[in-house]
Design a protein around this ligand. Structure first.
Ligand code: FES
Length: 106
């Protein structure tokens, strides 16, 4: 499933991310700068924060309360575009997803 991660400096990385993994794992496993994922995907660090393109906001599964709570600890969040990428599971519906990585993590 093709997902594009855009670094804060504008450099874009289109990655083929396996179904069933998470958007965070796709970035981490390919060494994309900007996703730290200190907790390894347990939704307890907020360092896998990214901003999804506005056109994608409504197409993603809604945030669980735990994700919403952890986002409070992320750096410079946006009310609708901010997500914790470890909480987004990859499937065909995400083909073409574009995310922007923040200037820094929490
Ligand atoms: Fe820690 Fe996502 S990897 S909250």
């Amino acid at each position: 499933v093709k997902i594009t991660y855009v670094e804060h400096n504008g450099r874009a990385h289109e990655i083929d991310v396996p179904r069933g993994t998470t958007v965070m794992e796709g970035a981490r496993d390919h060494g994309i700068p900007g996703i730290e994922a200190d907790c390894g995907g347990a939704c307890s660090c907020a360092t896998c924060h990214a901003l999804v393109e506005p056109s994608w906001v409504a197409k993603l599964p809604a945030k669980e309360p735990i994700e919403q709570d952890m986002l409070d600890f992320a750096y410079q969040t946006h009310p609708t575009q901010s997500r914790l990428t470890c909480q987004i599971r990859v499937n065909e519906a995400l083909e073409g997803l574009v995310l922007r990585l923040p200037e820094r993590q929490a």
